[in-house]
Design a protein around this ligand. Structure first.
Ligand code: C6P
Length: 404
């Protein structure tokens, strides 16, 4: 059992008011809030050992390097990667996907196919469209049903010897659907295709075991996991990362440079050109420690309780329609109120101190499927409460009365 009252004390932001009302933060799928345990690590870095890493013989540089590499080890352990050099530090999920998409074009030729799911965030669509343009590869789409679930029988049909890569999110940001990624990975492998899983929305809620999943690439962002913005990780199986060409050239990613030829550094540095987000990386490690201290089993079961409660209470509102009704869902409720535009609902909720996201959530194909401009999305984290959900329900009722 989580002690939510105590947990909330870790988050300074919850003591502030918004528009004169206590903050109710339900935009966790966009970014999570940051506990003191992570903020302190950021302050400590800039107060005590701010230095560039992997470059200096001086003490500060070595201290910063040690802490940064310790963070990589924490990430490796958390995700159960086989080797720490399979963890590439990135600026976030988008960076990780672009890194793979950019390098993968050298493995593809005209006539090859790559599969994307209908449930993707633009970050896991656009880089692959760019890749297809460059390589002449065909992009095919795994369709979804009215519950917001991928149709696995269609996926089976789409796979063929031509399929080289499948990219799919673990959890949909717009609807909260948890995708059957183990099935997707195993099936793709049986056709010799590689799989990239976008874990941006999964990692705040569950703990993926990358070796058990046998996934080829997995990406995540720290800022959705109680860490800072501008940092994330790309996991790649060693065999893939060795083959993949570097994404960017620059300092620290080389073995030797002459004007005739450059040889690249070993993993993971081959993919880490330039000065990284050092403080962010160290704080990412602290965020992982924090989440593990709370415990993912407890997080999962409490968030499920919040999801069920919110779904039940919001469903009682006449004219409210929920999008994303899979049985396998995380704590996201996407909805619309009759024909009322989601922005209008979001604006009224904000006046009451309630933060939700409105719009297409960078997932326009999902909105097109449902023939809607967007939704109001309330996304819950382990620090939210049922009382806050009651406030949301009251807020939505008021918005309905004002706007109908
Ligand atoms: N989704 C949301 O409100 P970055 O910006 O690189 O940290 O993450 C991009 C991204 C990729 N995949 C998925 C499934 C995501 O949900 C996101 C970010 C936020 O839903 C902001 S658009």
């Amino acid at each position: 059992m989580l002690n939510i009252e105590n947990i909330r004390k870790d988050f300074p932001i919850f003591s502030r008011k918004v528009n004169g009302k206590p903050l109710v933060y339900f935009d966790n799928a966009a970014t999570s809030q940051t506990p003191t345990q992570v903020i302190d690590v950021i302050v400590d870095y800039y107060s005590n050992y701010n230095a560039n890493i992997h470059r200096g013989v001086h003490s500060l540089s070595q201290e910063a390097t040690d802490k940064y590499e310790q963070a990589r080890l924490k990430i490796q352990k958390h995700f159960n990667a086989k080797h720490s050099h399979e963890i590439i530090m990135t600026s976030g999920t988008t960076h990780g996907i672009n890194l793979v998409a950019n390098g993968f074009s050298s493995f593809l030729k005209k006539g090859d196919e790559v599969l994307v799911s209908a449930l993707e965030h633009h970050s896991n669509i656009v880089p692959w469209q760019m890749l297809c343009e460059r390589s002449g590869t065909t992009l095919r789409v795994i369709p979804m049903n009215q519950d917001g679930e991928l149709i696995m029988s269609e996926y089976d049909q789409l796979l063929s010897e031509k399929t080289k890569l499948v990219f799919v999110n673990h959890i949909s940001n717009a609807l909260g659907t948890i995708n059957p990624i183990k099935y997707i990975i195993d099936k793709a492998h049986s056709f010799g295709a590689a799989v990239l899983v976008d874990g941006a929305q999964a990692c705040p809620h569950l703990k993926p075991d990358l070796q058990q999943l046998d996934v080829d690439f997995y990406v995540a962002s720290a800022h959705k996991m109680c860490g800072p913005t501008g940092v994330g990780m790309l996991y790649g199986k060693e065999e893939w990362l060795k083959k993949l060409p570097p994404y960017q050239g620059g300092g620290e990613m080389i073995a030797e440079v002459t004007f005739e030829k450059t040889t690249y550094a070993d993993l993971p540095h081959k993919f880490e050109a330039g000065t990284p987000n050092i403080c962010g990386g160290i704080a990412f490690g602290a965020a992982i420690d924090y989440l593990n201290h709370i415990g993912f089993d407890a997080i999962e079961s409490y968030e499920h309780e919040l999801l069920e409660y919110a779904t039940e209470k919001l469903s009682e509102i006449d004219g409210l329609k929920i999008y994303g009704t899979s049985k396998h869902k995380t704590s996201v409720v996407s909805f619309n109120l009759e024909e009322i535009h989601p922005y209008d609902v979001g604006t009224i909720l904000d006046k009451m101190g309630i933060a939700v996201r409105t719009g297409h959530h960078c997932a326009q194909p999902i909105m097109d499927y449902f023939k809607i401009p967007g939704t109001v999305r309330a996304s819950f984290a382990f620090y939210n409460t049922k009382q806050e959900i009651d406030a949301l329900v009251e807020g939505v009722k008021k918005a309905k009365a004002m706007l109908s």
